[in-house]
Design a protein. Sequence first.
Lengths: 320, 662, 145
Amino acid sequence: MQELKNRAIELLENGTVARVLGWKIGENTYDPEPAFFDSVEAMKDFVYNNFCAANLSKYMIEASKLEGKTLVCLKPCDSYSFNQLVSDHRVDREKAYIIGVGCKGKLSIEQIKKSGVKGILSVTDSDPIQVETLYGNKELPYTAGMLSRCFSCKGKEHVVYDELIGESAETSTVDRFDEVRRIEAMTPEEKFAFFQAELSKCIRCNACRNVCPACNCRKCVFDGNKFDSAQKANVDSFEEKMFHIIRAFHVAGRCTDCGECSRVCPQGIPLHLFNRKFIKDINTLYGEYQAGADPEAKGPLTSFTTEDAEPSIVSKGGIV
Amino acid sequence: MQRIGVFVCHCGSNIAATVDVKKVVEMVLLEPGVVHAEDYQYMCSEAGQAKIGAAIADKKLTGIVVCSCSPRMHEATFRKCAERYGLNPYMVEIANIREHCSWIHKDMQEATEKAVILARAAIAKVNLNAPLQAGESRVTKRALVIGGGIAGIQTALDIADAGYEVDIVEKTPSIGGRMSQLDKTFPTLDCSACILTPKMVDAAGHPNINIYTYSEVEKVSGFVGDFTVDIRKKARSVDATKCTGCGVCQEKCPSKKTPSEFNRGLGNRSAIYTPFAQAIPNVPVIDREACLKFKTGKCGVCEKVCQAGAIDYAQQDEIITEKYGAIVVATGFDTIKLDQYDEYAYNQSKDVITSLELERIMNAAGPTKGHLERLSDGKAPKEIVFVQCVGSRCSDDRGKPYCSKICCMYTAKHAMLIRDKYPDVNVTVFYIDVRTPGKNFDEFYRRAVEEYGVNYIKGQVGKVAPQPDGSLLVQASDLLDNKQIKMKADMVVLATAIEPNQGVRNIATMLTASIDTNNFLTEAHPKLRPVESPTAGVFLSGVCQGPKDIPETVAQAGAAAVKVIGLLAKDKLTTNPCTAKPDELLCNGCGNCAKVCPYGAITYEVRQVNDHGIREDRRLANVNSALCQGCGACTVTCPSGAMDLQGFSNRQLIAEVDAICR
Amino acid sequence: MSINNEFRPKIVAFCCNWCSYAGADLAGSSRLAYPADVKIIRVPCSCRVNPMFILRAFEKGADGVILCGCHPGDCHYSTGNYYARRRMTLLFSMLDYMGVENGRTRVEWVSAAEGVKFSTTMNEFVEKIRSLGENVRLGDLRCKN
């Protein structure tokens, strides 16, 4: 962390970058927030710890419009999102100075709470995690606090960077499509019941949309009248029901599976299950494709082969 | 809100017998925006159209729905009618209550209900219609033909004869193409050169034709009617304005070891050369890779012997930029490489040759002066085997899946010519099928068998093995007699598959013309628009579109010319106004729309926008409406909904959906 | 919509202008009947059909949506139906994944010459939708329990 901070200060001081995009220390170890630092002085609040889960790549859209370069700290998985934003022409690679920061799997306070710990006063970001609670101190294995997305990590390599600081670790232990397969195996009734239950929790707060690096439109179709879809007052309106399907379709082929949507959902809806289904289908039908791996690649929905599967494959046992 | 008039046609009894037209009129009057509705026996008739005109004037209509036959039938009629009476033609929508309703339903209540719903959908759509203006773009009255073979020559001659200027760009030092390499042509057996060279001369001498040989198209921009093309005129190292074509330089050139492309590598040429005696232009080029002057700096013989002082070692490539209204691709073909067909011993034995090589051997101007002889020892062959379908109709990836089409006929020709000239030579043809659809083609093939005694065996050749005695052992199967054959041959001729010329992929990319998996250019419609590329203003001539023989090539070349003439005859082009249009405030500039556009109509530029008071430079999509054909692929790819299709907008289509599902 | 309590499905058919709409015209001029439940919307190309249109139709009460276009390789715009094919495959798979009966959506390639195929397809599709009954799920995906 200190090495990263020192290097960021050095780059600010020597004028290589005009500002730093990183995380600002919160009230607790576990609540750092994304922030811009535009002076050495401001850097006193800079932090990088194992709770810094937020993907900063999307902030580079705004940063690309500013004078000078922005130093941005990207974890391996964030670097895919960054590349995808470059390929969508939404961020300017030239305006970014990327420090690829190490990641050993990110922690989440929600996850720690879910593991059954009550009355938390403070936590460390160490391995094992030391938790101070109203009821005494506890020690938790690191993985008990780790975000579920990190168990199916894309790997420790950055796909784009200017320099690397810090070690990364392989944290993947499960196949990321296991959950999708579990749903695919359900009966239609079970599937429907599952999704209806999950989607009924949605309060349309737009947190998923706002955090998603692939949801990078200047103006969202759901906020415009182009599809006659902006009828906020009407709870039964089109967008209310179809929002998540349409959102998933809009990012299909561009979603890097960063998992931010599920992480930020205040209702705990596993939104990544939509994106992963698309990714799984794309991989199965059109060949392995990882959005953001290669900014020059043609996306699966902007290309085709003459031998592609027919849509009727879905009614002939589905895409598995 | 629009003021909409709805006109319900009886179509005699075609509609009225099944649809209660009065009921439809009554129902549509309840729809928002509808201020007028009436029915009439034949809406498309003069009287019917007059009713529409009267209503436009009386009721100040801003939109019209005609409930009638298919829009494919009379949409144009009613649009013209609207225009005649002062309404924008694109304010007309058709509800198809004949083909899609009265003709397929028997129950009157059911059909009437459906007709009302179809009318509602059209009304909902027209409520959101906006007047559209067909644009105009200018036409540069000059055509470019890429490729100077028989296809390109014929296209150019036909265009030029109609009075338009044409440029031919040919990659090699001379026009003439593949046909100039052929000896005789089927099924008439006339000499190829005798029928081709007059056309070459005509093209060269035509006041409207300008030929750039030893030149390549380097860059294409613009669109139908207004292309701008950069042509690289490669340095010939010979000043064409001074050269008299005497040929002394070629005689005296000391570097004579370069395989002759024209003779398919069967003979050599000098470093300064014209590909063949009848080359047009009759101006040699210096092959700088073979030339001693360029390689070592020492030589300069050609310069010394040239009386005209035409040799110019310092000549540079020249870029010519020219404007064209239409471009014809006539890039032709080559035979496939046989590297992967070891079983035929093509690379092992000089006596295994391709049919095109045989053409050169049979040709009086060829490497053997027209004597049929083995290239290994110069002896006259007594036993010749022809192998059909080498790389054609091939299921693995060594060859091509398609039929090369010309091989059956030229093999019959070769066999016949050999038997005619050398009656003591035995000729055996191994074939899979003999395909002879064409005027006088089957008769020709039968003559080869019946009159000339050519031995046709249905079966595939499995192996050709060179023997120590210099002969070739051919192992094959006879499928009709169901037996294996082993026979000795002195010469084996392979009917090698043809494929589009290598450079065509690059040319297609420059033209944004689509190409199929075999690198043949795709036609706009396989049946109805076979000589047009889907890219407006780009036309196809000859084998670049698919395998064909000379008469077909010439016919297609003429057809392409007619299409070009039809285009160039116009002063202005009317563009389809139902084109894609981006909303600049919504556009992300992400680039996805251009990726799916089949016409290359979308480009991006950085432009300043005023987004509710915020001035910003943004990368934005631009649609060239002259290129856009209005498919709408971009509109769905666009994540923000910025890209919309005029005439079929998102809101219009959603309004139709809503009206139907109401 | 019901006549005599019989279930009459609402079916939206998107047809491309060049092949399938013409195929439907041919079905009409050949008097090849199919149920009046099918209502056709003309689009220039199958690639013009946004998945949002299909979801919109279901949300507004459609019981089935079918998209017809030129056969692969025959697209008037060369490549439109190839893009449509990918989009629809993924959309249909997603709907299936969410438990929506997969028979409610269909893509069929119908050329301008295939009036018979158009009519047969529509008859089959209507039959299928009738057997599935009213579409509750897609209209109901997010209704609070």
